[in-house]
Write a protein that binds this ligand. Structure first.
Ligand SMILES: [Zn+2]
Length: 211
């Protein structure tokens, strides 16, 4: 059951250039797949209320469609990171296709916001032997996680279970900025903040957590 929430150590050891946890013993919040009309503003308002900064692993096409929301994410002081242009799987693309797909995201962020992208997370967390070289060429750091909350299953009890059992002082949490979890995302975040506080864990800012 544990690996369902937290990837196995062997995967982390074999891919130690990827980040699987924070190194400052603080919790980092991350949100995949946005920006979306359904969830981005809900997430931003809870982050603002709690004075938290997060990483948004955005899909390039969503940024194109929701440029004002991407702007809000940045103006609120959060980090935008590369989650591919079209949510394509690295495992289904050649090296050249991958470089085009990921590079297009970085170019889009420079073109729209003069923003240099530093971090990447693969769609569905899938990567292969070529991934390391591709990311090196694009100067991107791969940020994985050690706590998947399954918020996209839209079941608040499941999110609470993951937090109660697997939240740690060095957690990188995955939530989603997606219509799939938009009914529960506010409760999920409020619960996470409350529980972290009860357990004595602190949240960190992206740059410090990922140093
Ligand atoms: Zn995704």
């Amino acid at each position: 059951m544990k690996y369902y929430y937290n990837p196995p150590s062997i995967v982390k050891i074999l891919n130690r250039s990827f980040r699987w946890n924070t190194r400052n013993n603080k919790i980092l919040l991350t949100f995949d797949d946005g920006p979306t009309e359904a969830a981005t503003l809900k997430i931003l308002s809870i982050l603002r209320a709690n004075n938290l900064k997060a990483v948004f692993f955005c899909v390039g096409n969503n940024i194109k469609n929701q440029q004002a929301l991407a702007e809000r994410i940045l103006s609120d002081g959060h980090t935008i990171a590369n989650h591919t242009m079209n949510h394509k799987l690295l495992t289904k693309m050649s090296r050249e296709e991958s470089i085009t797909e990921l590079g297009a995201f970085n170019d889009l962020m420079i073109e729209k916001f003069q923003y240099n992208v530093k971090y990447f997370r693969p769609a569905h967390g899938r990567f292969n032997i070529k991934t390391k070289g591709i990311l090196k060429e694009l100067n991107l750091e791969c940020i994985m996680w050690n706590l998947l909350t399954y918020d996209y299953e839209n079941n608040i009890e499941k999110v609470k279970y993951s937090i109660d059992n697997y939240l740690k002082e060095n957690s990188i949490l995955v939530f989603h900025d997606s219509i799939k979890c938009s009914d529960i995302i506010e409760e999920a975040l409020n619960y996470t903040v409350e529980q972290a506080d009860k357990m004595g864990f602190k949240f960190g800012e992206p740059e410090d957590c990922l140093k």
